[in-house]
Design a protein around this ligand. Structure first.
Ligand code: KG4
Ligand code: ZN
Length: 364
């Protein structure tokens, strides 16, 4: 097997246009460059990602991003071993922009093309950052994803469960909106919750009464809306304290659900008797300190190591796509010019797709 593999990765499945160069050398991965151009400002007026606007912005930026990533790495296309690109799941216009750019680069340079599942990119990141060995348990929690996966190999994933409606980040963002806080809502709700009483409102812990690891977060947002409206009806408006208590109650409910479902996922995972058991997280919501503390406690109790890659690698980026490309390269998994862009692409092919589809794309 080759000792050194260098790959240019492209990502454009949601609202970040990204390119990165990652090199495997001496058994470990190095990020030589990672460029991310976010689109938050373009979508700010619309309360969510507008697929058509996102797609156009990706088309305008993706090749520039690739060039920037190569320049920053100090390398050229000639130094690459392959081009890896997110081929799904995600907003189809954006995915197409990336796939077409990657095909153009591959055709022009003669390099092999590797289509990467965006969720596999997230799920394999702890191998790049922390050198994890298989199998490990992964909780993906972001604005578009929420699922538990046992990662058994670069192309081998078992989904234990996931959200059947909203992703937690989406619920945080909607909560912020309902309370008049700015977007993205997660950090704002977390800040407001610091001065709040999590016990003042009895928010539900959805699906805890049901066996398994599936989750639901949309009812929580409705409960918050009702609580908010009851206060407004009674007092004519919300005080800072009301807002803080609502945020704290909401955050505690999400943290409890994720902790309890993690306990169950861990039980399933431990049945595989892993040598060095690990729960790894990815996604922007993993930045929340109450949620993180809950997961850390669960891991400590169950005897697992808790791994959280740096936030820039937990959120959408192309280094994770280049790394997943390296993992596929090592297995000889290449694609042809018939590589398709896919809006839905479940990682665990033995299971049906999850139902919901968040504002940030499919949660397949
Ligand atoms: O992974 P990410 O950057 O993008 C995707 O969704 O793909 O995650 C963004 C989400 C947003 O919904 C944001 O509100 C949420 O992560 N988030 C947080 C926090 N920081 C970001 N949610 C809760 N607490 C936080 N501190
Ligand atoms: Zn993502």
């Amino acid at each position: 097997m080759r000792d050194t593999i260098t790959i240019l990765g492209l990502e454009s499945s949601c609202d970040d246009t990204a390119a990165a160069v990652v090199r495997l050398q001496g058994g470990r991965g190095d990020i030589l460059s990672s460029v991310v151009h976010g689109q938050t400002a373009l979508h700010a007026d619309f309360g969510g990602v507008v697929p058509e606007i996102a797609a156009r912005a990706h088309v305008e930026k993706i090749d520039l991003c690739a060039e920037e990533a190569l320049v920053q790495s100090g390398l050229t296309l000639k130094d690459m071993d392959a081009i890896a690109v997110t081929a799904g799941p995600g907003l189809i216009g954006g995915v197409l922009a990336g796939v077409m750019c990657a095909k153009g680069l591959a055709a022009g340079s003669g390099l092999p093309l590797i289509g990467v599942n965006h969720l596999a990119g997230h799920a394999l990141t702890p191998r790049l950052t922390d050198g994890l060995t298989f199998p490990y348990l992964m909780l993906l929690v972001s604005g578009g994803h929420c699922q538990f996966l046992i990662v058994q190999g670069p192309d081998q994933f078992t989904r234990l469960g996931g959200t059947i409606d909203d992703a937690p980040g989406e619920a945080f963002d909607k909560t912020a909106k309902l309370l008049g806080l700015p977007q993205p809502g997660g950090p704002e709700v977390e800040r407001a919750a610091q001065d709040g009483d999590p016990a003042r409102f009895a928010f539900p812990r959805p699906l805890l009464d049901r066996a398994g690891c599936d989750m639901s977060f949309s009812g929580l947002k409705t409960a918050l809306l009702r609580a908010r409206d009851a206060i407004i009806a009674e007092k004519g408006g919300l005080t800072e304290q009301d807002r803080a208590d609502l945020c704290a109650g909401f955050q505690a409910a999400i943290a409890d659900v994720l902790a309890e479902k993690s306990r169950r996922a861990i039980a399933d995972y431990m049945a595989l008797a892993p040598d060095a058991p690990v729960l790894a997280v990815a996604g922007g919501v993993a930045a929340n300190s109450t949620i993180r503390a809950g997961l850390e406690t669960v891991c400590a109790t169950a005897g697992l190591r808790f791994v959280a890659p740096p936030l820039a690698l937990c959120t959408d980026n192309a280094a994770m796509i280049a790394w997943a490309g390296i993992e596929r390269f090592r297995l000889g998994l290449f694609d042809g010019m018939d590589l398709a862009a896919r809006p839905r692409w479940p990682l665990d092919r033995s299971q049906p797709s999850m139902l919901g589809s968040g504002k940030k794309g499919a949660k397949a």
